[in-house]
Write a protein of this length. Structure first.
Length: 406
């Protein structure tokens, strides 16, 4: 049984006393990671199909990232953005090349990258479009972060409770409903901001026709198309950025989660004329683009774009999705299998997702649920068919026992 050893109970009890209550944690204390696996304080091994919530795309403690960071720690940890540091510029150069000429701003998290995007869109609205153009249209059910601007952008009203007044100027529309978006664009709109696949919201993807139509609308009305690729970026979709799978050309992209393979770094990438909006003094960050974070991200990025890497991710994504769909065919408890690349969701017919998560954890497999009915799978991008098979058969067993039916 998990969560029963003295060591674990000790940490659980202290956490209650010393930390603010912001997380619902499962009773496991992790002390070591390598590749697809984590080890708890009792020496038990777990197959991590959350990749630390979409963060360690290359797996835990990837040797290339570890080497780059160790080297950088020995050289320089921090100098500040009053000066130039090589890693930040090298990283920006690669990101620029991979996004067809974008220009970067570095932050420390997804929320911060989105805050930068919101500020950029507002300045674009006021200065480029002219007039009262500050409104950003986002999607219902979206997730853009916990800071006030990103929270206002987030289309989940239950997360807004207690924290008003939030910044004004955000309107939410139903994803994949083009008519509603067209109705919502007004003389105040400056940008549309979407996730190509909603992550925290339940693994709901933009339809191809919708995203293409959104891009056409943005072009026609001069609006910025901002894609929050904090979760879908860095290979998760089977392409380096998910917009490449959709064949659209966003003006602004935000990244974080998988960017540093575990080291905190976020990025805003502005393409085309969006890259000329900010001037010196408009935005900044003390830690943003620091040497350690940039060394980790550069090593991660170079691994992701190495020949064949993303082809394998795409193949494994198809394999995993196919196996989940076959499982759906064999059981009565799955309502839908959906997602893109190695970002997959399984919607159950009954609200037992948390029970399934706990049952799998007891069996040494880490998955995550978003809401009471939806299981989310974000395995490291280096996953193989064998581990997919392990997880799918454990899931089948867990569904039998947790749902009571199958
Ligand atoms: C996780 C996430 C964020 C927030 O990232 P933080 O690093 O937690 O601030 C923003 N957008 C999306 C799509 C995310 O998945």
């Amino acid at each position: 049984m998990i969560g029963t050893s003295a060591d674990v109970s000790n940490y659980i009890e202290k956490e209650k006393r010393y930390l603010l209550e912001t997380y619902t944690r499962l009773p496991v204390v992790f002390v070591k990671g390598e590749g697809l696996y984590l080890w708890d304080s009792d020496g038990r091994r777990y197959l991590d199909f959350t990749a630390g919530l979409g963060v360690v795309g290359l797996g835990h403690n990837h040797p290339v990232v570890e080497r780059a960071v160790k080297e950088q720690v020995g050289q320089l940890v921090h100098a500040s953005n009053l000066f130039y540091t090589p890693g930040q510029i090298d990283l920006a150069e690669v990101l620029s090349r991979e996004t067809g000429g974008g220009r970067c701003f570095f932050a420390n998290s997804g929320a911060e990258a989105n805050e930068a995007a919101i500020k950029l869109a507002r300045k674009y609205g006021g200065e480029v479009l002219g007039g009262d153009r500050y409104e950003i249209i986002t999607a219902k059910n979206s997730f853009h972060g916990r800071t006030l601007g990103a929270l206002a952008a987030t289309g989940q009203p239950e997360k807004h409770r207690y924290f008003g007044p939030l910044p004004e100027g955000f309107r939410q529309v139903t994803l994949n409903d083009m008519a509603e978006l067209e109705r919502t664009v007004s003389g105040h709109t400056c940008a549309v901001m979407l996730e190509t696949v909603q992550g925290e919201g339940g693994v709901y993807a933009c339809e191809q026709a919708y995203l293409s139509a959104v891009q056409r609308l943005c072009r026609a009305r001069g609006l910025l198309l901002i894609l929050d690729e904090v979760q879908t970026g860095m290979g998760r979709s089977g392409a380096l950025f998910s917009y490449q799978r959709y064949g659209v050309e966003p003006d602004v992209i935000t990244l974080a989660k998988g960017l540093g393979n575990g080291f905190p770094i976020g990025a805003l990438i502005a393409r085309g004329s969006a890259g000329d909006v900010f001037s010196a003094g408009d935005h900044g960050s003390t830690f943003g683009g620091g040497p350690i974070a940039c060394a980790s991200a550069l090593a991660t990025l170079e691994t992701l774009i190495s020949p064949g890497f993303l082809d394998t991710c795409r193949r494994l994504g198809r394999y995993f999705e196919g196996e989940l769909k076959r499982l759906k065919g064999r059981t009565k408890s799955i309502a839908e299998v959906r997602g893109l690349g190695l970002m997959l969701g399984v919607e159950l017919k009954t609200p037992v997702a948390r029970d399934v998560v706990v049952a799998l954890l007891e069996g040494g497999i880490i998955v995550n649920n978003v809401g009471p009915k939806i299981l989310r799978f974000l395995p490291p991008l280096v996953v193989g068919e064998e581990e997919v098979d392990t997880v799918v058969s454990a899931l089948e067993e867990a569904l039998h026992s947790s749902a009571g039916v199958a």
